[in-house]
Design a protein around this ligand. Structure first.
Ligand code: ACK
Length: 884
C-alpha cells in the first residue's frame, strides 16, 4: 500500500502550464482559444439552480485551490487566466505512453454543511486513445473518483487504500487531433452522488491510471428545498434527506397575521422539490391575503372571519375608522340586529307612527297610514302584521304597496293588533308600535244593516227561511267541506266564527296548500308565508315587473359564455347602473325564436327570484324585457355550480369549510320554506358558490325547473322528477313540501361531504326508487363526521313529519361550527358497512352467488375486502349479519 508524502504544494506551478489536451503530443502551453472557449462555456453554466447549494466550485475560487498531486509529476495545474484575469483551475495529466501510471489528485477538505448526501459535478475533456499514434498499449480512457470522510482538515495524510471509490468516470465524448484543428471543445459533464455522510466533511481524490485528461472544473453541492411561502405558510430552507427516495415532512409556520385550523405541512423530496402540501393558513379576521402575505384591512373595510377571502367595504350605513376591522359600526340612528351577519347593511327604523282606522265592519278592518318622515330610501312596500289580541303565535302578514289596507275574514267583536313596517332597498325597518282595533259585534252590524233596509214582512220571512237553510247545513256538518270561499256568505250569517275555524282546520290538515291563497295581488296567509305564485297573475308581464327591475340593455356588457341553459346561453359580464358601482353579473339569455310560453316560463324564474332577499339565495339584479335578447341578470358567482366545483377540488377543504357551505344552503332553504316556497329541485348542481365559498340556492321556476334538469326523469304518473334527490312521497304521489326539500337537502349534504359523488352511483332510477322504498339509505361518505351523517339520516326519514325542519338544521350546523371538536368523530368503515347491511340487507341478496357479486350489484364492490376480512365470505354468512 502506498501513502502520500507530506502535504505540500506539489501541483504543477502556474508558470509551467499544460494544455487540456495533454503534454503529448499537444503543444505545451494551452492556446488562448482553448481558454476562451472554456471560459465562455463555463461562465454561462456558472449559475446553479436555486435548489443546489455549492460546497465547492473550482470555477469560482479566485486564489489557490490548495489541491495536492501525487506523484508530483502526475496531475498538474494549468495556470491560465480567463478574459477577466481570473484563474482557471484546470488540472491535467497525460502520461499515455508510460507504463504503470497511478497519479492522484487530492482536493482540500470540503465541509458538507450538514448535508448527508452530496453531489459532485465534473467537467473534463479526454483524449481518444485511438487518435494517439503508438499510445494504444498503455493509454486509458477513464479515471477514478474517491472520497474520504473526516471531521476536520487533519485527515489529509491518509493512505490510498483508505479512500472509498465513488465511481470510474468515462467520457461520453473523447477528442482527437482533428477536433483540436477544428477548435471543437468536447467537454464532458458527469455527476455522481455520495451518501449518507456521517462526518462534518470529506476529501475527494481523482486517480489517473494512464489517460490524457484535463479536469476543467469540479463542483460539489448538496440539494435543498428552498424556503417558500405556500398557502400563507413559510417553509424553511430544508436540506434533502440522505436517501435518494426520501420525502422529509416539514412543518410550515403561518405568516404574520394568519391562523390555521389544520397546521400546514409539506414534503421535501430528494430532488429538492416541495411536494404534497397539507393544511393551510388563512389571514385572520381584519386581514386579507396579498402576494403571500396578510395585509391589514384599510379603514372603511372589514373582514369578519379567517374564512372570508378579502376585506370588504363596510355595508351601507356602517363605517370603521380603524385598520384591521372585523366588523363595521352602524352610523348614528342605523342599526343591525345581533343575529345579523356583519355583511348586512345597517338600516334605520323608519317607524310608521300615524296609523288610522278606516271602515270597521264585523269581519274586516281598514287602515291607512302615512309614509315615514325619514325613510332610508324609496319605500318598496309595506308589510302589515296582524293577529287577534293574545293570539300572537298565529298571525297574518299582508304586503301592500299603498298606504292603506283592509284585513278581512276577522272575527266579529274581537280585538286585533296591527303592526306595520316599510321595506326599502336596505331591507326592512322595524315594526311600528302596536295598534289595536276591534271589529264590531254581529248585533250592531245587523242593526245598522236593518236601519238602512225597509222593514217589511217579506224580509223577515226570507230571514227565517235563510236561517232554516243554514241550520240545515250546520246540522249536516257540511260547512267545512263546502269550502270557505263558497260557504262564506251562508256560514257567516249563521255563525260567523265558523268561517274562521273552517279556514284554519283546512290549513292544519294540509299546511302545504295554504300558501297559495291569494287576494287582490296580496297574499293573505296565516303565519309569515309570503311567496306569491306568478301563475296567479293573469298577465305574466305584470308579475315580472312587480318583482323584477327592468334594466336597459345598454347597462350590460356581456363578456363571455359560461354555459348553456334550457332557454339559451348563460354569460358572464358586467352591469353598470347609473349612479351605482359596476358589478360582475351572470346573464341568462332567451334564445331567438322563442314561443310565448317559453318567454313566460323563462321570466317566471325572475318573478320568483325577485321575491327573495337573502344572502344564501341567488340575487336578481333585474331583467331586460323591452329589447332583445330577453335577459335575466343575477349576481355573479365566481366558482359556478357547487357539484362541479367540489369535483374539481376533491379533498381540498376542511370539514369546517364543508359544514360552512352546508350551513349556507340550509339558511337559504329555511328562508324559502318560511316564504312558503317549495324548491322541488334542490341538488348540488343547483347551488352556486362564489369566491368566498358562500353557497346560494338557485334555479327557481315553475313546472320548468324540472323540465330543464337533465337529472329529472318522467315518472309513471307523467311528471318529471330528479329521482335521486327526491323524497319517496314526492315521487309516489307528488307530495312536494318543505319536508321533501329537507330530504333533498340530506342528499345535497351527502354530495358535499363526498365532493360531488353521484348519489347512488350508477344504480338505475328504478333501482333507487325500489331501494329507498325498501329502507335502503346512502352509506356515509368517506371520512364523514358522525354528526353530519346522522343529520343526513334524519333528513331521509320515511315519515316526512319526523324529518328536521330547516331552522333546526341551521341551528344544528351552527352548533357544530361553534364546537368543531364535535366533528372529529368520524363514521368508521365498519359502521358504514353495517348501515349498508341494516338498510340494504334485504335487497335480493339471495339472487347472488358471491358476496363480491352482490356488493358489485349494489355498487358497493369496494367493501368486499372488509366483508372477507370479517369472515362474511358467503351470502349465507351475510344473511346472518345483524346491526350489532
Ligand atoms: O357550473 P357552472 O360554471 O355554473 O356552469 C353553469 C352554467 O352557468 C349554466 O347554468 C353557470 N352559472 C349560472 N348562473 C351563474 C351565476 N349566477 N354566476 C356564475 N355562474 C353561473 C353555472
Amino acid at each position: 500500500m502506498r501513502g502520500w508524502g507530506p502535504p505540500g504544494r506539489s501541483a504543477a506551478s502556474p508558470s509551467a502550464p499544460a494544455s487540456p489536451a495533454g503534454r503529448y503530443p499537444a503543444p505545451r502551453r494551452a492556446p488562448l482559444w482553448t481558454c476562451l472557449l472554456l471560459c465562455a462555456a463555463l461562465r454561462t453554466l456558472l449559475a446553479s439552480p436555486s435548489n443546489e447549494v455549492n460546497l465547492l466550485d473550482s470555477r469560482t475560487v479566485m486564489g489557490d485551490l490548495g489541491w495536492i498531486a501525487f506523484p508530483k509529476n502526475g496531475w498538474e495545474e494549468i495556470g491560465e487566466v480567463d478574459e477577466n484575469y481570473a484563474p482557471i483551475h484546470t488540472y491535467q495529466v497525460c502520461k499515455v505512453m508510460e507504463q504503470n501510471q497511478n497519479n492522484w489528485l487530492l482536493t482540500s477538505w470540503i465541509s458538507n454543511e450538514g448535508a448527508s448526501r452530496i453531489f459532485i459535478e465534473l467537467k473534463f475533456t479526454l483524449r481518444d486513445c485511438n487518435s494517439l499514434p503508438g499510445g494504444l498499449g498503455t493509454c486509458k480512457e477513464t479515471f477514478n473518483m474517491y472520497y474520504f470522510e473526516s471531521d476536520d482538515e487533519h485527515g489529509r495524510n491518509i493512505k490510498e487504500n483508505q479512500y472509498i471509490k465513488i465511481d470510474t468516470i468515462a467520457a461520453d465524448e473523447s477528442f482527437t487531433e482533428l477536433d483540436l484543428g477544428d477548435r471543437v471543445m468536447k467537454l464532458n459533464t458527469e455527476v455522481r452522488d455520495v451518501g449518507p455522510l456521517s462526518k462534518a466533511g470529506f476529501y475527494l481524490a481523482f486517480q489517473d491510471l494512464g489517460a490524457c485528461i484535463a479536469l476543467v472544473s469540479v463542483r460539489v453541492y448538496y440539494k435543498r428545498c428552498p424556503s417558500v411561502v405556500r398557502h400563507l405558510a413559510v417553509f424553511p430552507d430544508t436540506i434533502t434527506g440522505a436517501d435518494s427516495s426520501q420525502l422529509l415532512e416539514v412543518a410550515g409556520s403561518c405568516v404574520n397575521h394568519s391562523v390555521t385550523e389544520e397546521p400546514p405541512r409539506m414534503h421535501c423530496s430528494a430532488e429538492g422539490e416541495w411536494l404534497v402540501p397539507i393544511g393551510k393558513c388563512m389571514c385572520k379576521a381584519g386581514y386579507e391575503e396579498k402576494n403571500g402575505t396578510c395585509q391589514v384591512c384599510r379603514p372603511g373595510f372589514f373582514k369578519a372571519s379567517p374564512h372570508s377571502q378579502s376585506c370588504s367595504k363596510c355595508p351601507p350605513h356602517s363605517y370603521t375608522q380603524e385598520e384591521a376591522s372585523t366588523s363595521c359600526v352602524c352610523e348614528k340612528d342605523y342599526f343591525r340586529r345581533e343575529s345579523d351577519p356583519p355583511t348586512m347593511a345597517c338600516t334605520t327604523p323608519s317607524p310608521i307612527t300615524n296609523v288610522k282606522k278606516g271602515k270597521i265592519a264585523k269581519n274586516s278592518i281598514s287602515l291607512s297610514w302615512q309614509e315615514p318622515d325619514r325613510p332610508n330610501g324609496i319605500i318598496l312596500e309595506y308589510e302589515i302584521k296582524y293577529f287577534e289580541k293574545d293570539q300572537e303565535t298565529s298571525y297574518t302578514i299582508i304586503k301592500s304597496k299603498e298606504t292603506t289596507m283592509t284585513a278581512e275574514g276577522l272575527k266579529p267583536a274581537s280585538v286585533y293588533v296591527f303592526q306595520i313596517r316599510a321595506r326599502t332597498a336596505a331591507g326592512y325597518g322595524v315594526f311600528s308600535r302596536r295598534f289595536e282595533f276591534e271589529t264590531i259585534p254581529v248585533s250592531v252590524a245587523a242593526s245598522s244593516d236593518q236601519s238602512q233596509i225597509p222593514i217589511i214582512a217579506v224580509s223577515v220571512t226570507v230571514g227565517v227561511i235563510l236561517l232554516a237553510v243554514v241550520m240545515g247545513f250546520l246540522l249536516s256538518g257540511s260547512c267545512c267541506e263546502c269550502g270557505c270561499g263558497r260557504a262564506s256568505s251562508l256560514c257567516a250569517v249563521a255563525h260567523p266564527s265558523l268561517i274562521w275555524r273552517c279556514g284554519y282546520s283546512k290549513a292544519k290538515q294540509d299546511p302545504e296548500e295554504e300558501k297559495m291563497h291569494f287576494h287582490n295581488g296580496h297574499i293573505k296567509l296565516p303565519g309569515v308565508r309570503t311567496y306569491i305564485d306568478p301563475h296567479t297573475y293573469e298577465d305574466p308581464n305584470q308579475a315580472v315587473h312587480e318583482f323584477a327591475k327592468e334594466i336597459e340593455a345598454s347597462c350590460i356588457t356581456i363578456e363571455r359564455v359560461i354555459g348553456a341553459g334550457e332557454f339559451g346561453e348563460v354569460c358572464s359580464g358586467r352591469l353598470k347602473l347609473p349612479g351605482k358601482r359596476e358589478l360582475p353579473v351572470a346573464i341568462k339569455t332567451l334564445k331567438v325564436g322563442y314561443t310565448e310560453k317559453q318567454r313566460r316560463d323563462f321570466l317566471g324564474e325572475a318573478s320568483i327570484m325577485g321575491q327573495f332577499d337573502h344572502p344564501n339565495i341567488i340575487h336578481l339584479e333585474g331583467v331586460v324585457t323591452k329589447s332583445k335578447p330577453v335577459m335575466i341578470v343575477t349576481e355573479y358567482m365566481e366558482n359556478g355550480s357547487l357539484d362541479t366545483f367540489l369535483k374539481k377540488n376533491d379533498g381540498q377543504f376542511t370539514v369546517i369549510q364543508l359544514v360552512g357551505m352546508l350551513r349556507g344552503i340550509a339558511a337559504g332553504m329555511k328562508y324559502l320554506s318560511d316564504m312558503g316556497y317549495v324548491h322541488r329541485d334542490l341538488a348540488a348542481r343547483n347551488i352556486l358558490i362564489n369566491s368566498n365559498l358562500v353557497c346560494k340556492v338557485s334555479d327557481f321556476g315553475l313546472s320548468r325547473v324540472l323540465e330543464d334538469d337533465p337529472e329529472a326523469a318522467y315518472t309513471t304518473r307523467g311528471g318529471k322528477i330528479p329521482i335521486r334527490w327526491t323524497a319517496p312521497e314526492a315521487i309516489a304521489f307528488r307530495k312536494f313540501t318543505s319536508a321533501s326539500d329537507v330530504w333533498s337537502y340530506g342528499i345535497v349534504m351527502w354530495e358535499v361531504v363526498s365532493y360531488g359523488e353521484r348519489p347512488y352511483w350508477e344504480m338505475t332510477n328504478q333501482d333507487v326508487i325500489k331501494a329507498v322504498e325498501e329502507g335502503y339509505r346512502l352509506p356515509s361518505p368517506m371520512d364523514c363526521p358522525a354528526a353530519l351523517y346522522q343529520l343526513m339520516l334524519d333528513c331521509w326519514q320515511k315519515d316526512r313529519n319526523s324529518r328536521p325542519k330547516f331552522d333546526e338544521i341551521v341551528n344544528m350546523l351552527d352548533k357544530l361550527i361553534r364546537n368543531p371538536s364535535s366533528l372529529k368523530t368520524l363514521v368508521n368503515a365498519s359502521s358504514r358497512v353495517s348501515t349498508l347491511l341494516a338498510e340494504h340487507g334485504s335487497l335480493g341478496s339471495g339472487a347472488y352467488r358471491s358476496v363480491g357479486e352482490w356488493l358489485e350489484a349494489i355498487k358497493m364492490g369496494r367493501y368486499t375486502e372488509i366483508f372477507m376480512e370479517n369472515g362474511y365470505s358467503s351470502m349465507d354468512a351475510v344473511a346472518q349479519v345483524t346491526l350489532e
